[in-house]
Write a protein that binds this ligand. Structure first.
Ligand SMILES: CC(C)(COP(=O)(O)OP(=O)(O)OC[C@H]1O[C@@H](n2cnc3c(N)ncnc32)[C@H](O)[C@@H]1OP(=O)(O)O)[C@@H](O)C(=O)NCCC(=O)NCCS
Length: 188
């Protein structure tokens, strides 16, 4: 059975080069900037550009959410905001949840920060929340993200054809997922 209190009570998860902290109002300006980054928008398929007020409201209300977990990714040392991630779309009956991550600018990618953040939150998802399944969607062109997810233990389960229409071209999305048994195997 999953432990809902582990989603309700927002943790701080300490790694070597990143710390994950509860996403809150103090991250709103940095978060807003990331929604304006064209390459991050393409990689995440984000058509909407939320306005500043929407982003402030979103960040300020994350700690009130009982059935999801939103964490800011903070680079250490330095304490710079470099992105955000979430466990969302909880299906408590089936002990499953969705995962999403986005570093906030391309300059932060390719340094191992995303992989470390993903490993930290997966430890929490399987060990503390006691989920059975964590799944995600990733666009088939996003080779860096696919490589990171694979190396963390995710497996491709399927393909959503033409799921994204971006600048007049259609792209497939992949469904990837990781089960608790994959997590235990990766930890061995
Ligand atoms: C996807 C994301 C979280 C990955 O985090 P990251 O910190 O950039 O990635 P890392 O540096 O930890 O790892 C990159 C890995 O991908 C590999 N990689 C990079 N580009 C690649 C490519 N074109 N083809 C194959 N592998 C690639 C690297 O070799 C590295 O693997 P290694 O550690 O085994 O050498 C981050 O890049 C990000 O947030 N990107 C922008 C938004 C986004 O794409 N979000 C995901 C939406 S599903």
């Amino acid at each position: 059975m999953i432990d809902l209190s582990a989603l309700r009570e927002k943790p701080t998860l300490a790694g070597e080069r990143v710390n994950l902290v509860p996403l809150s109002a103090e991250h709103a300006d940095d978060f807003f900037e990331s929604t304006r980054d064209e390459e991050i928008r393409r990689l995440t398929g984000s058509h909407r550009r939320p306005d500043h007020d929407e982003v402030r409201e979103w960040c300020a209300t994350r700690s009130d959410q009982l059935d999801r977990l939103d964490l800011a990714i903070i680079e250490e040392p330095g304490g710079r905001f470099v992105g955000a991630l979430a466990l969302e779309d909880l299906d408590a009956d089936n002990e499953s949840a969705g995962y999403r991550i986005a570093l906030s600018a391309i300059e932060f990618t390719g340094q191992g920060l995303g992989k470390e953040a993903t490993r930290l939150v997966l430890d929490y998802a399987f060990d503390r929340v006691r989920l059975h399944r964590v799944w995600l969607h990733v666009y088939a062109f996003n080779m860096r993200a696919i490589a990171v997810y694979r190396s963390c233990g995710f497996t491709v389960e399927g393909r959503l054809r033409d799921a994204l229409l971006w600048d007049g071209r259609r792209h497939d999305a992949l469904i990837m997922a990781m089960l608790e048994s994959d997590f235990r195997r990766a930890a061995d």
